[in-house]
Design a protein around this ligand. Structure first.
Ligand SMILES: O=C(O)[C@H]1O[C@H](OP(=O)(O)OP(=O)(O)OC[C@H]2O[C@@H](n3ccc(=O)[nH]c3=O)[C@H](O)[C@@H]2O)[C@H](O)[C@@H](O)[C@@H]1O
Length: 449
């Protein structure tokens, strides 16, 4: 027998196929050749199909975070590399203000927090390079508008994915970054029910990819990255302090952020990377994320569409420690300045390096119903409200940050109350979407936060 199971001699074929015994032997020989050829063809076609499928199944998935996956060509991403591209990368990352100026890679730079942090670092004279995969989790046009704003400020946002190891290595070949501010992630608590894999892809695999690049770089950068208040999960000890339990996440999103904190421990322990995790508490403000409640409540109130306000058992209010973007940016910049130094080189640890976690919240939780009242007042429009029992979707009933540690070690002092912060958001929202509608190409002219 040969590989496709065809008999090795025509005679044998003839014996195995008595129905053909009356046919001429040459005809039988011809038929056998034909059969053998077809069988081989079928075998190799199947083999090629299997290879093709395996390639697609094993390739990194093209979605997630404001920056995540290999396959940049299949994503239609701009190709990277080449002298002109390297020159742009170098120029963007060049420190303008010495001494003490930093050269920072900001992942998720076309995201909400990423754009604000990249702009703030650039403003003070640091060299800043952005990285973002511009995925379609929400309005890509909003991400492009943020990118345009950063480009005008002198920040080049490389279109690429945090899971693209060769790209990250290339960036570190071109620029010896002193810091990475890693903000690329698959955000949103409730969306994890619909696309769980995207959370693992961006928040677990993507983080590992970034830390791999950081640990191999020489010199190693210090890393500051976004964890989340959601890691407190079912913790009921208020206000939430960094010492509280975080082993009872209520959503897959929270679980991936918690996993990130453990992964950070590993890279600090084995490779001497200085790593600071920041637990953000419901960040809001101009250029925000359309998947967040304050944002889509605004849109729906203006359209006269009903909004659902979640309630706990016995109509208990659901509350969040809403934190204004400018306060968060100050916390991130301070975390960069206090990040300490990684001690390793060439993938080897040379000594202990700092590993820290800080809450960045506002310390004054506000019920969601009150958030809606403020929006109504600012928009001068009545919301069509539906009070509904909080679905089992990963949301937790309340968050409340204890920020003592960040106050003490980072000098973090949030200043903006919800009323003031939402006023700035609404001003931006109306400006952005009005100029978007008028299509005069001038939207997002200024940073309104
Ligand atoms: O602080 C955090 O760690 C997290 O903050 C937000 O998550 P969340 O606080 O759930 O923010 P929203 O999705 O804007 O929800 C705000 C509040 O509105 C409530 N809500 C949401 C949606 C809705 O239709 N109705 C409603 O009452 C939620 O239960 C929640 O209490 C972000 O979406 C996460 O990416 C981030 O990590």
């Amino acid at each position: 027998m040969d590989v496709d199971g065809a008999p090795s001699t025509p005679g044998k074929w003839k014996m195995d196929k008595p129905l053909h015994h009356h046919r001429h032997p040459r005809l039988l020989l011809h038929r056998w050749h034909l059969h053998s050829t077809l069988s081989k063809l079928a075998f190799w076609s199947l083999f090629a199909l299997a290879l093709f499928l395996a390639f697609f199944l094993l390739s990194p998935r093209p979605h997630a975070s404001s920056a995540s996956s290999g396959g940049r060509r299949s994503l239609g991403m701009a190709p990277w590399g080449g002298p002109a591209w390297e020159k742009r990368v170098r120029l963007s990352a060049r420190v303008r203000r010495q001494p003490g100026g930093k050269s920072v890679l900001v992942t998720g730079a076309a995201g909400f927090v990423g754009m604000h942090v990249a702009a703030a670092l650039k403003r003070r004279g640091d060299g800043v390079l952005g990285l973002d995969n511009f995925n379609g989790y929400y309005e890509p046009s909003l991400k492009r508008a943020r990118q345009a704003l950063l480009e005008r400020a002198g920040v080049f946002v490389v279109e690429g994915d945090i899971n693209d190891g060769p790209l990250l290595r290339k960036l570190f070949d071109v620029v010896p970054f002193t810091h990475i501010v890693h903000l690329a992630a698959q955000a949103g608590v409730r969306h994890a029910l619909e696309d769980p894999a995207s959370y693992v892809h961006s928040n677990v695999a993507g983080l590992v990819s970034v830390l791999e690049a950081a640990k191999s770089a020489d010199p190693q950068p210090a890393v500051v990255w976004a964890s989340s208040s959601s890691v407190y999960g079912l913790n009921s000890h208020v206000p939430f302090s960094e010492a509280d339990r975080t082993d009872r996440p209520a959503s897959l999103y929270a679980a991936t952020k918690k996993a990130g904190e453990e992964i950070a421990h590993v890279y600090n322990h084995i490779y001497g990377l200085a790593i600071t995790g920041l637990r953000f508490f419901t960040v809001y403000g101009p250029w925000g994320r359309p998947d967040m409640a304050y944002f889509f409540f605004t849109r729906d109130i203006l359209r006269g569409k009903s909004i659902s306000i979640f309630e706990g058992p016995d109509h208990a209010t659901v509350a969040r420690d809403f934190t204004y973007i400018d306060d968060i940016v100050k916390g991130c910049v301070a975390a960069v300045d206090h990040a300490g130094k990684s001690t390793g080189s060439g993938g080897k640890k040379r000594g202990p390096a700092p590993l820290r976690i800080y809450n960045l919240g506002n310390t004054s939780p506000v019920p969601v119903a009150d958030l809606v009242s403020i929006l109504e007042q600012l928009l001068k429009a009545k919301a069509v409200k539906k009070f509904v029992k909080m679905p089992r979707n990963g949301d937790v009933p309340f968050t409340h940050a204890n920020i003592t540690l960040a106050q003490k070690e980072l000098g973090y002092h949030p200043k903006t109350g919800l009323q003031t912060g939402l006023k700035k958001f609404i001003r931006w929202y109306l400006d952005y979407y009005t100029s978007s509608l008028s299509k005069n190409g001038s939207r997002g002219r200024s940073m309104s936060s």
